[in-house]
Design a protein around this ligand. Structure first.
Ligand code: HEC
Ligand code: HEC
Length: 408
C-alpha cells in the first residue's frame, strides 16, 4: 500500500515533468515559426516575409492601404509581380479541416486559400501545406526551390534554433528542412498569438453581464443571426462549438456571392503569366477541382465559389485612415459596402445598364461569375439603413486585442 502510494506519488512529478518538457518544446517550435513568419531574408530579392502580406496590425491580412484601395493583390518580392487574389487573414486559418465533401450537405468544406487548393491531403493540415507555397511562388517570395529555403534558414540568424529543434541533419536534407519550416510556421499559426480570441464579442460570450454589447451592437448581433434579416450566421456561425470552443465566424464552406470583378486587379495586366489578360475570370473552387481527377465532374457546380472567410479581425486596422479590402479580389472596400451589397445586390439595376452608374449607390456591377450564384440567402434582405449600420457595428466587436474600458 505504502509502496504503491510512493510509486504513484513519484510518477506524478515525473509525468508532469514530461508534459512540461512537451510544452516547452511546443513553445520553442512556435517561437521558431514566428521568426520564420517574420523573416525577410527568405525572399529573392530579400525584403519580403509572410508578414508583408499578413500583418498583425490589420488582423494578419494585407496591410498596404494603397494596394487595398485599388487592386488589393499585394506585390511580390520582385517589383511589378502580382498574383491573382487578395491576401486573406492567416490567423484562425489553422482551424480549417482538410478539404472534403460533407456527407450530409454534399458540398465542399475545408482547405486553405480562397479556392481550397492547399487541401491538407498530403500533410493532414491545410495550413502546413499552404506554408510551403509562398516561398517558391514567383509572385510572392520567389525562392527557386526547397533547397534554397533550407539553405537560407540554416545559414541565417535562426539557423541555430532550427538545428536545435530539428537536429543537425535537418540542414543537410533540403526536403526535411522545407517540411520542418512548414511545421514550425504551422505551429505559430496554431498559437494563441495568432488565434487570440480576445475580441469584445469573446469577452461578451464569457461574461455578458460584465462585458455587455452596446444597444446598436446587440441589435446588429440579432440581425446577423435572424434568418428573416441578415442571415449572416448561416455561413459565418457565431455560437460556441459543442465543447465551448469560441466561434470562428466561418463554416469553411464555399459560395458564389456574385462579387464583381475588381477592375484594378493587377493580374489582368500580367499578360506573360496570364495570357487571357483582362478576359481572365477567377474560377474559384471549380478551377481547382478541375485539376483533381476524382472531383473534376464537380468542377462546373463549384465555379465562382470561394471559401467563406472568418469575420474575426475584419475591421482591425492601426488607424482609421487605413483602407482594407474585402472579398477574394478585394473589390469591396468597406464593411458598409459589404452589408449594403448583401442587402441590395438583386434590388439595384446592373451598372452596365445605366448611363451614369455609381457602383454601390444606384447600381451593382455584374457578378464576375454568373454560374452558381447564391440567390437564396442574400441579394434582397430588406434591411433599413439603421439595420445595415447595426450589423457593421456588430462586426466591429470581432477585433482581437479589445480591452474593457473600466478595468483597462
Ligand atoms: C505577396 C503576398 C503574400 C506573401 C508574401 C504571403 N502570402 Fe499568404 N496569402 C497571400 C494571398 C494572395 C493568399 C490567397 C491566395 C489564394 O487564395 O489563391 C494567401 C493565403 C494564405 C493563407 C490561407 C488563409 C485561408 O484562410 O485560406 C495562409 C494561412 C497564408 N497565406 C500564410 C502565409 C505564410 C505562412 C506565408 C509565408 C511563408 C505567406 N502567407 C506569404 C499573399 C501572401
Ligand atoms: C451563403 C453564405 C454566406 C452568407 C449567408 C453570408 N456570407 Fe459573408 N461571405 C461568404 C463568402 C463565400 C464570402 C467570400 C466571397 C468572395 O470572396 O467572393 C463572404 C465574405 C464576407 C465578408 C468579407 C470578409 C473578407 O475578409 O473579405 C464579410 C465582411 C461578410 N462576408 C459579412 C457577411 C454579413 C454581414 C452577412 C449577412 C448580412 C454575410 N456575410 C452573409 C458567405 C456568406
Amino acid at each position: 500500500m505504502n509502496r504503491i502510494t510512493l510509486v504513484a506519488g513519484l510518477s506524478i512529478p515525473l509525468l508532469s515533468l514530461a508534459s512540461h518538457q512537451a510544452a516547452a518544446a511546443e513553445d520553442a517550435l512556435t517561437a521558431l515559426g514566428k521568426r520564420l513568419f517574420f523573416d525577410t531574408t527568405l525572399s529573392e530579392p530579400a525584403g519580403q516575409s509572410c508578414a508583408s502580406c499578413h500583418a498583425p496590425a490589420v488582423g494578419w491580412s494585407g496591410p498596404d492601404s494603397a494596394m487595398n484601395a485599388s487592386g488589393a493583390v499585394h506585390e511580390g518580392a520582385v517589383r511589378g509581380r502580382f498574383g491573382k487574389r487578395r491576401p486573406p487573414m492567416a490567423a484562425y486559418a489553422s482551424f480549417s479541416p482538410p478539404l472534403h465533401i460533407d456527407p450530409e450537405e454534399e458540398h465542399f468544406v475545408g482547405g486553405a486559400f480562397w479556392d481550397g487548393r492547399a487541401t491538407g491531403w498530403l500533410l493532414g493540415s491545410p495550413v502546413a501545406e499552404q506554408a510551403q507555397g509562398p516561398f517558391l511562388t514567383p509572385f510572392e517570395q520567389n525562392l527557386p526551390d526547397a533547397a534554397e529555403v533550407t539553405r537560407r534558414i540554416c545559414a541565417g540568424r535562426h539557423g541555430q534554433s532550427f538545428r536545435d529543434y530539428f537536429g543537425e541533419g535537418v540542414c543537410s536534407d533540403p526536403v526535411a528542412g522545407f517540411n520542418a519550416a512548414a511545421r514550425a510556421i504551422e505551429a505559430f499559426e496554431r498559437s494563441a498569438e495568432m488565434n487570440a480570441f480576445s475580441s469584445k464579442y469573446d469577452h461578451y460570450l464569457r461574461d455578458p453581464k460584465r462585458f455587455p454589447l452596446s444597444e446598436q451592437e446587440a441589435l446588429g448581433l440579432e440581425l446577423f443571426v435572424r434568418e428573416d434579416k441578415g442571415n449572416c450566421a448561416a455561413c459565418h456561425p457565431h455560437t460556441p462549438g459543442e465543447h465551448g470552443e469560441p466561434p470562428l465566424f466561418t463554416d469553411f464552406t464555399y459560395d458564389n456571392l456574385g462579387v464583381a470583378r475588381n477592375p484594378a486587379n493587377p493580374w489582368y495586366g500580367m499578360t506573360e503569366s496570364n495570357p487571357q489578360g483582362a478576359e481572365w475570370i477567377d474560377p474559384g473552387l471549380g478551377g481547382f477541382l478541375e485539376t483533381v481527377p476524382r472531383f473534376a465532374h464537380l468542377a462546373a457546380e463549384n465555379l465562382g465559389k470561394y471559401k467563406v472567410p472568418s469575420l474575426r479581425n475584419v475591421d482591425l486596422r492601426p488607424s482609421d485612415g487605413l483602407v482594407k479590402a474585402y472579398m477574394h479580389n478585394g473589390a469591396q472596400k468597406s464593411l458598409e459596402e459589404v452589408v449594403h451589397f448583401y442587402n441590395t445586390r438583386d434590388v439595384k439595376p446592373k451598372c452596365e445598364t445605366l448611363a451614369t452608374p455609381e457602383p454601390g449607390k444606384n447600381c451593382w456591377p455584374a457578378p464576375e461569375v454568373v454560374a452558381n450564384l447564391n440567390t437564396e440567402e442574400l441579394g434582397d434582405l430588406g434591411l433599413t439603413p439603421e439595420e445595415e449600420a447595426a450589423i457593421v457595428a456588430f462586426m466591429r466587436t470581432l477585433n482581437d486585442g479589445w480591452t474593457p474600458p473600466e478595468d483597462g
